[in-house]
Design a protein. Structure first.
Length: 315
């Protein structure tokens, strides 16, 4: 069961502005990284470096997908979407994963075409090494920053993009190995590194798909026992059951049943219901809505001694 980080809460508008700012900044950095890898990789005839450049281009493309999704996700709840539009971010994360999958197929097709001639005039110049080291440094910072902001803002699209960029770092390491292999006269290393890059991208894509599908399938987000203990600690609540939760970090929906004394006036019962809603939101960060069904307790819910004190009779 996923744990919900206890982080400072920000307004929905501020959250979406921050997410958009991060995406725009990483988009520009990814474009610079992509240009460096593609130009130098083409000059050096390095398939693995060009493949890594395409991976970086995909990073930039995923930033655009993220920006579009954040635009839609920032819209408030309406008649057609009473629970809001936050899941657009999850759909965007799936879109990023799909793009990663397509990239894997295209890179593999190019690699198979070069299988007959692994070296293919590979020229590992000092410039190629320098570009790879510099772009890796940029990607390390981008991945760390996006991951940090993804956790702070509970943003699936930032977390997915961070994982995507992190796979780019691992891919770049394999490209460096390919360049070094070529320098030593082992041209086949470039082809092997290309296959490794594809594996890294595919693994990152699967992790994004798995996490996104859990949200879309309404996987449980909170421990029901923890929620029940919070509710039962409120004076006037006799029991709490049928606790359910769904959504995603920062946008969790909870519904539950509470039992109160059947002698409690309607007005007080209503006030207690709102107290339960407020207490759960206060105790667990990231909850958007709490839906409470209030019902009268039965004699067996008190136990024999308590039931007698409350005025219940057998039969």
């Amino acid at each position: 069961m996923p744990s919900i980080p206890t982080l400072p809460q920000v307004s929905s508008a501020d959250r979406h502005k921050e997410v958009s700012f991060v995406l725009w900044m990483t988009f520009l950095l990814n474009l610079a990284v992509c240009a460096g890898k593609l130009v130098v990789g083409t000059l050096a005839n390095s398939l693995s470096m060009v493949a890594d450049g395409i991976h970086s281009l995909l990073d930039a493309s995923s930033n655009i997908v993220g920006l579009v999704s954040v635009h839609f996700a920032s819209k408030p709840a309406d008649a057609d979407h009473p629970y809001g539009h936050q899941k657009f971010e999850v759909v965007a994360a799936l879109g990023i994963a799909l793009m990663m999958g397509v990239t894997c197929v295209e890179i593999l097709r190019t690699a198979l075409g070069r299988f007959q001639d692994p070296s293919h005039g590979l020229d590992p110049t000092p410039l190629a090494f320098g570009v790879m080291v510099a772009t890796m440094a940029v990607n390390v910072w981008v991945s760390w920053y996006e991951g940090k902001k993804g956790r702070e803002l509970n943003s699936p699209v930032l977390s997915a993009d961070s994982a995507h960029t992190n796979s780019d770092i691992l891919a770049s390491l394999s490209v460096l190995a390919a360049l070094l292999g070529a320098k030593l006269g082992l041209g086949w290393v470039d082809l092997a590194a290309t296959v490794l890059v594809v594996g890294i991208i595919a693994k990152a894509a699967w992790e994004i798909v798995n996490q996104s599908l859990q949200v879309l399938a309404d996987r449980i987000m909170l421990d029901p026992g923890k929620v029940a203990r919070i509710v039962k600690a409120i004076p006037g609540v006799i029991s709490c059951h049928k606790v359910r939760s769904r959504g995603m970090p920062g946008n969790i929906f909870v519904d539950l049943h509470v039992q109160v004394s059947p002698k409690l006036p309607t007005l007080k019962s209503h006030a207690l219901t709102h107290q339960v809603m407020a207490r759960v939101k206060e105790a667990i960060p990231g909850i958007s809505e709490v839906f409470v069904h209030t019902e009268p307790a039965k004699p067996e819910d008190y136990g024999k001694k308590k039931a007698k004190r409350k005025g219940f009779r057998n039969g």
